[in-house]
Design a protein around this ligand. Structure first.
Ligand code: PGA
Length: 259
């Protein structure tokens, strides 16, 4: 049986834009994606959430944060809880982005705790996994994404897993202009789905697994045509209305008959 998963294109603005700049980007982008039939999310800096929430009202775009702490509250200077980002409009959150793993020492265990905290609060987690360049070159890609995926799935129920979004982002492709080939991305996402299937057989066909890493208007159609790839997590191109819209519109194309 062919399972049709609705594609999702999520923008990751990273540490860019003040609230007024955020509002301007949304105003420029929304008219270009008004016909989109795929899911669309914008994951914005926490300080931009209220302005973005205001601007996205009435649109079908899901607003997201880029990180949360795993605790409900407490002595964690500088951190934000799931309930806090939710209170200013976030409905989803990126968890375990490689930049957080790399620059803020976020571990697999922390990613698991944050994933559970997001789900418990009713936020949709977009959990990132992906190998470093050295790991790909030394043939460890499957091992790395398997370890990271299992840590993210730890302690979840099958229902929680079916609603999850995972983003496969090879670290060597993020912000570098190097993009995984359609086949590389499809193959590794297949490995990730296999890991999910092994642990949660009933959830594996529902979980959406995105590709991220230098996805742009030119390479998106090829990547999005791959059977395992359920959308994209878009960094640089999400800050350019026409480029982001081209990716969203590529993800909104109906599947070819028989696929
Ligand atoms: P990029 O970033 O599209 O700029 O490579 C993707 C990401 O980090 O999510």
């Amino acid at each position: 049986m062919t399972v049709v998963r609705k594609k999702l294109i999520a923008g990751n603005w990273k540490m860019n834009l003040t609230p007024s700049e955020a509002a301007a980007l949304i105003d420029a982008t929304l008219p270009l994606i008004s016909e989109a039939s795929c899911g669309v999310a914008m994951c914005v800096p926490a300080v931009d959430l209220p302005a973005a929430h205001d601007r996205l009202r009435g649109s079908r775009v899901t607003l997201g944060a880029q990180n949360i702490h795993w605790a409900d509250k407490g002595a964690y200077t500088g951190e934000l809880s799931a309930a806090m980002v939710q209170s200013v409009g976030a409905a989803c959150v990126i968890i375990g982005h490689s930049e957080r793993r790399q620059y803020f020492a976020e571990t697999d265990a922390a990613v698991g705790m944050k994933t559970r905290a997001a789900l418990a609060a009713g936020l949709l987690p977009i959990v990132c996994v992906g190998e470093l360049k050295e790991e790909r070159l030394s043939g460890q890609t499957s091992e790395v994404v398997t370890r990271q995926t299992l840590a993210a799935l730890d302690g979840l129920t099958p229902d929680q897993v079916s609603s999850l979004v995972i983003a496969y982002e090879p670290v060597w492709a993020i912000g570098t202009g190097l993009v995984a080939s359609d086949e590389q991305a499809n193959e590794t996402i297949g490995v990730i789905r296999g890991v999910v299937r092994n642990k949660f057989p009933t959830a594996a066909d529902s979980v959406r697994i995105l590709y991220g890493g230098s996805m742009n208007a030119q390479n998106a159609p090829g990547l999005l045509a791959q059977p395992e790839i359920d959308g994209g997590l878009i960094g640089g191109a999400s800050l350019k209305p026409a480029d982001f819209a081209a990716i969203v519109n590529a993800a909104s194309q109906p599947l070819a008959a028989g696929s």
